[in-house]
Design a protein around this ligand. Structure first.
Ligand code: FE2
Length: 266
């Protein structure tokens, strides 16, 4: 199956910039590219920081932009979001029994699990006992299926100085619970850090982030105050099938310089 990941769209009310960029124009361009090239996708997942300040007007804009897409959409909250305003704008979006924006979907290639790490007024992520109840149930229900996890905050140590104090504040409980899932974790897909990153946790779980759709960092592991930059809207194509899981980075608006010649081997 083909899953499209967008992350950190940071929408503002119409016409308002964020970080010297136009997040609405970025998302419109990304969605146009996605629907043109990947209209066959099975699912679009936006892994949080949907809106920059969580304004009702920004969520209304997001709802409009996502209307009429040819595939289902799963939305996650990030630290910039506002849960009550999100729920008001998307009243049919699934919530767990405790009211968090958490959900799962079964596929022929394992269970997809979507987690909510938003905490009002907190830049880092929260994943406390009442959210863990959902994850426990989702993992138990997965039975012999492997899982693929979508979450805004990376549940692993990323080693990036800027994010040292604004990571997931869970003392490793989430990754430990995932590592205990016998059938395995195919991958953890996240956003938050506004740079592309891929790795493997000490428990042997692979993970990666998508590049932000809007503003992003110039990659800098050491500075507490790295520089923001812009660029073409980015998204990822996640292929989950008999080959496992592969993540492909894509960006809208790339110029074509020439076409490749046909390579027939050897
Ligand atoms: Fe963000």
């Amino acid at each position: 199956m083909k899953i499209i990941q967008l992350t950190d769209t940071h929408l503002m009310p119409p016409g308002s910039p964020a970080y010297h960029m136009d997040p609405e124009a970025q998302l419109r361009a990304a969605l146009a590219d996605i629907t043109a090239r990947h209209g066959d996708a099975d699912l679009l997942v936006i892994t949080g920081d949907l809106c920059n300040h969580g304004d009702p007007e920004a969520y209304a804009l997001l709802r409009d932009l996502l209307a009429d897409l040819p595939f289902p959409v799963q939305l996650l909250l990030g630290n910039h979001d506002d849960r009550p305003n999100f729920i008001a704008a998307f009243p049919k979006h699934p919530l767990d029994a405790n009211g968090y924006v958490q959900d799962w979907r079964d596929t022929p290639f394992g269970r997809l699990i979507f987690l909510d790490t938003h905490g009002a007024g907190v830049i880092g992520g929260i994943f406390d006992a009442d959210r863990m109840e959902f994850l426990d149930d989702a993992l138990r229900g997965a039975g012999a299926l492997p899982v693929t996890v979508f979450v805004h905050h990376p549940p692993i140590g990323d080693g990036i100085r800027h994010f040292r104090d604004i990571s997931l504040h869970d003392e490793g409980r989430l990754i430990a619970r995932l590592a205990a899932h016998g059938p395995g974790v195919r991958h953890i897909v996240f956003g938050h850090i506004h740079i592309p990153m891929a790795g493997t946790s000490p428990e042997g779980i692979s993970y990666s982030s998508g590049q932000a759709c809007s503003h992003r960092f110039i990659t800098d592991l050491d500075s507490p105050t790295p520089d923001w930059t812009g660029g073409n809207p980015c998204y990822r194509i996640l292929m989950l099938d008999e080959l496992g899981l592969r993540a492909f980075m894509a960006e809208a608006g790339q110029p074509v310089l020439s076409r490749a010649t046909l390579c027939t081997g050897p």
